[in-house]
Every structure is written in structure tokens, then in C-alpha cells.
Design a protein around this ligand. Structure first.
Ligand code: PLP
Length: 381
């Protein structure tokens, strides 16, 4: 028998696994499943980015790169962050194989056994797992009583964090709620972070997927410059999930510590993928806007469809998810919805918030319509 490490035994297998197993079983039986559980754009990567990757491959960019990333890409990222108002240079940036790896490195750079990490629930599934693998104890604030907005929950956050809190994770626009936090909410976070000397991860993965609002980067608030680690990536904005390209921006002393984890684990992100990333950042604005407009139409249509069935779903101004209120036993609801109605969703409890199902609208309008009809026909809404 293996004597498994506590760090893996503390982590639950993904609650989404049961759903995708069920979906796979049904599909193997030839049943058409409307999959609203996906966490990735349903678009292909824009052609200019693919061309850049091919050109890079042909040019022989197949060796290791410097561990923190190709200098030109780090410079392009720094220029983008500067345009957002963040004070940084290429030396503050580490390019990683996906934002998930960036987060993994950040947790492991900062967290000692027993350190407290605070999450805003519902929170993206991997924060809890990664924090626990790094040895953290979790403190959680539930945003569901406040329509998933942070500003009205600031008092609760103030009661939850303390001088013992090492790290707080803020994710705006949010997966799974789509909420984009107001500047007033972020100022509240800043005040608490400064008071209690808390480092804050600002996961801005969905920054480019917003509808009529411009999210402000947390690192631009006075007092946050030296305590914010900004995480972002290429997966969602540029429909590049399988390319595995992300990054984070942090003060230089943080970068030199985290760089040890990067260099001793993954070495670097893929060379020609990094070159494609330069093209993505510099020349892909139109495609990003087109995808964003499509997501916005779907969001509005989906919210209207639920409203037609008398279900009021809190709709956020970003990302491509919404949280549908369901039974208290959301796991059973999701399993039932897939078995009876053949519609796959993710239980809210996977994000720390039972009583909801996460619906992804990274699917065509036709499939979204079909999904809602099936849920209604089988009395799930
Ligand atoms: N952060 C959030 C909130 C996400 O939803 C995801 C992906 O689902 C990630 C980070 C990681 O994305 P990637 O590793 O593809 O860059």
C-alpha cells in the first residue's frame, strides 16, 4: 500500500467528474447531451495566432526558453498591464503553461502549513484544491445572499479576514457567477488588505470578456501595488485553452522566489506557443470583440429564456457563466438533469455554494435554447 502524502489526501476529487462521467456514458449510448458544463470558449483560436505558431515552429523555436518566458512576450504582457494602469516591467512577469500553473506557483511561493487563505464563494474549483495542497487552511465568505456581488458582502469579509490571513483570492469577472466587482468593492478589499497586511491574488482571466463594464485591475489601487499578484492568461480571451499559456505579474522579490518553482517544475512554457502569444496580445483585438459580442447575445438570450420560465437568474457582466438557483441538493439536481433531461451543468457545491447549478453559455444559441427547453420539459425549472 502507498503511504500517500497528506497534501493529496486533503483534496477532494473534482465534483465535476461525476457529471462528465455521466455525460460520457450517455453519449456512448448514442444520446445527445446538451453540454452546458464546459469552462472554455466554443470558438476556434483566431487564425492569425495559429499562423504565428506555425511560423514560429518553422523558424525553429523548439528549444527551451528562459524559464520566466521569452523576453518579447514578457515585454508585450508588461505593456498590456501598463495600459491597464499597473506599474510593471517585463521583470515582474512570469509566463506559465496556463493560468492554473501561475496560481499553483503563487500558492506554493507564499503558503506555509496552516496559513490562512480567504476565498469569496462561489469560488473557482481549483483555488481550494491548490490552497490545500500548499497546506493552507481556508476561510470563506459567501456572496450568494448578495446576488454574488462583493460590495454588499464587505462587512462579512471584514469579519472573516484578520491579521492571520496570509492571502485573499479575488476573481473578477468571476467564474462561476459572471459577477464583475465594482471599484467600491475593490477599494473595500484594499482597505482590509492594507489593514491586515494581506497579499491578494487578482485572477483577471476573464478581463476581456465583459459586457458594457470595464473592470479595474486591483493592482492599480493605491496601497495594492506591492501586495497584488495579477494573474491572467490566453485561454479565455483568445480561445486558446489547449495551448496552455498564462502569466502572472508580481513584485520582483516575489518573482525571484516563484521563479524557482517554475524552473524546477515545468522549466518554461512551450516556446512556439509563447511566440503565438505575442501575436495574440498585439494583433487580435477584433476577434476578441467578436467573441465577446457573441457571448453577450447568448447571455441575454439565456437570461430571457429562464425568465420566460419564471426563473430569475442573477446575471453578471462578464465571463460566460451564470448560477441557476436549483434544489438544496444541487448534486442530485445536476445528476437528475443530465439523466432525465440530458443537460449537463456543474453543481454549485463544487464552487462552495450549494443550491445552484453553474450554466456555461459557451454554446450556440440553438443549443442553449434546446437545453432550457429540455430542463423545462422535465420540470427541472
Ligand atoms: N482562473 C479561472 C477563474 C478560470 O476559470 C480558469 C480556467 O477555467 C483559470 C484560472 C485557468 O485557466 P488556464 O489554466 O487555462 O489559463
Amino acid at each position: 500500500d502507498f503511504d500517500f502524502a497528506a497534501r493529496v489526501e486533503r483534496v477532494e476529487p473534482s465534483a465535476t467528474l461525476a457529471i462528465s462521467n455521466l455525460a460520457n456514458e450517455l453519449e456512448a449510448e448514442g444520446i445527445d447531451v446538451v453540454d452546458l458544463s464546459v469552462g472554455e470558449p466554443d470558438f476556434d483560436t483566431p487564425a492569425n495566432i495559429k499562423e504565428a505558431a506555425k511560423a514560429s515552429l518553422d523558424a525553429g523555436d523548439t528549444s527551451y526558453t528562459s524559464s520566466n518566458g521569452v523576453p518579447e512576450l514578457r515585454e508585450a504582457i508588461a505593456a498590456k498591464l501598463q495600459a491597464d494602469g499597473i506599474d510593471c516591467t517585463a521583470d515582474n512577469v512570469i509566463v506559465t503553461p496556463g493560468g492554473k500553473q501561475a496560481l499553483y506557483e503563487i500558492f506554493h511561493t507564499l503558503i506555509d502549513q496552516g496559513d490562512e487563505v480567504a476565498l469569496l464563494d462561489p469560488a473557482w474549483v481549483s483555488y481550494e484544491a491548490q490552497a490545500k495542497m500548499a497546506g493552507a487552511d481556508l476561510a470563506r465568505v459567501d456572496l450568494s445572499p448578495y446576488g454574488f456581488q462583493l460590495e454588499p458582502a464587505l462587512d462579512d469579509l471584514a469579519e472573516t479576514v484578520s491579521d492571520d490571513t496570509e492571502l485573499l483570492v479575488v476573481n473578477s469577472p468571476s467564474n462561476p457567477t459572471g459577477a464583475v466587482y465594482s471599484d467600491a468593492a475593490l477599494e473595500g478589499v484594499r482597505d482590509l488588505a492594507v489593514d491586515h497586511d494581506i497579499t491578494v491574488i487578482s485572477d483577471e482571466m476573464y478581463q476581456d470578456i465583459t459586457y458594457g463594464v470595464e473592470p479595474t485591475s486591483l493592482a492599480t489601487f493605491e496601497g495594492m501595488e506591492d501586495r497584488t499578484i495579477t494573474v491572467n492568461g490566453f485561454s479565455k480571451a483568445y480561445a486558446m485553452t489547449g495551448w496552455r499559456l498564462g502569466y502572472f505579474c508580481a513584485p520582483e522579490d516575489f518573482v525571484s522566489q516563484a521563479g524557482k518553482i517554475q524552473s524546477h517544475s515545468v522549466s518554461c512554457a512551450v516556446n512556439f506557443v509563447q511566440h503565438a502569444g505575442i501575436e495574440a496580445i498585439r494583433n487580435t483585438d477584433d476577434a476578441v470583440v467578436e467573441m465577446r459580442d457573441a457571448f453577450r447575445e447568448r447571455r441575454d438570450m439565456l437570461a430571457d429564456l429562464f425568465a420566460d420560465h419564471g426563473v430569475d437568474v442573477p446575471v453578471g457582466d462578464g465571463a460566460f457563466y451564470m448560477m441557476l438557483p436549483v434544489d438544496d441538493d444541487d448534486q442530485a439536481w445536476c445528476e437528475g438533469a443530465i439523466e432525465d433531461a440530458h443537460v449537463a451543468t456543474v453543481p454549485g457545491s463544487a464552487f462552495g455554494t450549494p443550491g445552484y447549478a453553474r450554466i456555461s453559455y459557451a454554446a450556440s444559441q440553438e443549443r442553449l435554447r434546446e437545453g432550457v427547453e429540455r430542463l423545462a420539459d422535465h420540470d427541472y425549472i
